[in-house]
Write a protein that binds this ligand. Structure first.
Ligand code: F3S
Length: 419
């Protein structure tokens, strides 16, 4: 693998042991995957932030790397931590855990990484352009960056993303290389897919078929093109965010194309000549696999996996329609967006109806099992897929409308309209 003079100097330790360690990781990955060279990255998104996942070993690893002089040289954002950094006591998190989590964030801060703590970095300023090479680790964000923004990233691990941030480079293999971005699976969607929960159910099903291959969707329709800038496209972006997150969860899909919608879908050679085709005629299997259907008593409703946009929070407030939540109703989102919601009065409107905007974390990476909840309702495919295993909660899965009814009454409403 070719290294420039500067890269060789990093590898030789001329910039200190922290940079040397980072370059050792990047060059080892490049050799393993047969990369010809390294490519500069414009941004990094680091996962492996919650102390729940890192434990003492992870905390020690990060602290040592920071002490060795590891410092990021490109804009870098962090995935969610294990709790809301400001309101953890009110929400019932443990003080010992909070202290460990603080030490993790101190190690990241020493490396120059602010505590953005969100899985939607693209909603808070980390927005790669079409064709940019980046090194992102959070699987749902990787999917959105590759598929919707047209940036290029592999699904990095925590250490490899951090190494890319410290060296400013990643190895050119996988999804950084054009031929690997071809679809090997065509998914013909033969049923209506409208709501956030529909997109999550479809994502779970498509991911199970794709199994890390790149799918190309036909027959998916959105009311407007997805956009981070145009408010008319925000709801479409939210739906693709749900689709990609669910596919990443069930099938490790890091890139997908949607005919007529995603930026690379119109390229002449975007579908491999030997691509398999599957037809999905119903979302019912996706709903069935996510909904435990084991009881109607709900004590927590969760919206915001991936972290919610302001539009999603607004939709929740609209659906409450002046009614107060009778059980815990959590919307998880980036702290920066929570502050925007506070500024516009949206946060106050939501809190007045008994809701909580929980920043910096989510129910999968937080030690939710210690909070005393038993059964969760959510319209988020990825959240429903992971919560039982990660937090031990039973899950009811359905439309946002159904979840908000459950938040008001504490019972899962009998309705099968979305199936
Ligand atoms: Fe984000 Fe947590 Fe879901 S990290 S994608 S809200 S599982």
């Amino acid at each position: 693998m070719k290294l420039t003079g500067e890269e060789q100097a990093m590898l030789a330790g001329e910039s200190g042991p922290g940079v040397q360690k980072a370059m050792e990781i990047i060059s080892a990955l490049g050799r393993i995957y047969g990369a010809e060279d390294l490519v500069p990255v414009t941004s990094v998104q680091v996962a492996g932030v919650s102390y729940k996942n890192l434990g003492e070993a992870g905390l020690g690893f990060l602290t040592e790397w920071a002490a060795q002089g590891g410092r990021v040289r490109v804009p870098t954002t962090l995935n969610p931590a294990g709790l809301d950094l400001e309101r953890w006591q009110t929400l019932g998190f443990d003080a010992g855990f909070a202290q460990k989590q603080r030490r993790v964030l101190q190690a990241f801060a020493a490396m120059g990484i602010p505590a953005t703590c969100s899985c939607t970095p693209y909603l808070v300023g980390n927005v790669p352009a079409l064709g940019d090479h980046v090194a992102w680790a959070e699987s749902s964000a990787v999917s959105l960056a590759n598929s919707v923004l047209g940036a290029r990233t592999n699904r990095e691990g925590g250490p490899s993303a951090l190494a890319a941030a410290i060296t400013g480079r990643t190895a050119r293999y996988g999804l950084h290389v054009s031929p690997n971005r071809q679809a090997q699976l065509v998914v013909e969607v033969g049923c209506p897919v409208r709501s956030m929960a529909d997109f999550g159910a479809l994502g779970i099903m498509a991911g199970q078929v794709a199994q890390a291959r790149v799918p190309y969707f036909r027959g998916l329709h959105l009311s407007s093109p997805p956009s981070l800038i145009d408010p008319a496209g925000a709801a479409s972006l939210d739906r693709l965010k749900a689709l990609g997150a669910a596919m990443a969860a069930s099938g490790a899909v890091a890139l997908y194309h949607v005919e007529g919608i995603t930026p690379e879908s119109g390229q002449a050679d975007i579908i491999a000549p030997d691509a398999e085709t599957v037809v999905l005629e119903s979302l019912a299997p996706g709903y069935a696999s996510l909904d435990a259907d084991d009881g109607d008593q709900i004590d927590l409703v969760w919206v915001g996996c991936p972290h919610a946009s302001l539009g999603e929070l607004e939709q929740v407030v609209c659906l409450l329609n002046g009614r107060r939540a009778g059980v815990a109703l959590w919307v998880t989102m980036a702290r920066h967006l929570r502050e925007e919601a506070a500024g516009s009065g949206l946060l106050h409107a939501f809190e007045a109806l008994g809701g909580q905007v929980v920043a910096d974390t989510c129910l999968v990476v937080a030690p939710t099992e210690a909070l005393g909840f038993r059964r969760l309702a959510t319209p988020a495919g990825k959240g429903a897929y992971y919560t039982p295993g990660h937090s031990g909660l039973a899950v009811r899965y359905g439309s946002l409308e159904r979840c908000i009814e459950a938040a008001v009454t504490g019972r899962w409403p009998a309705s099968d309209e979305e199936r």
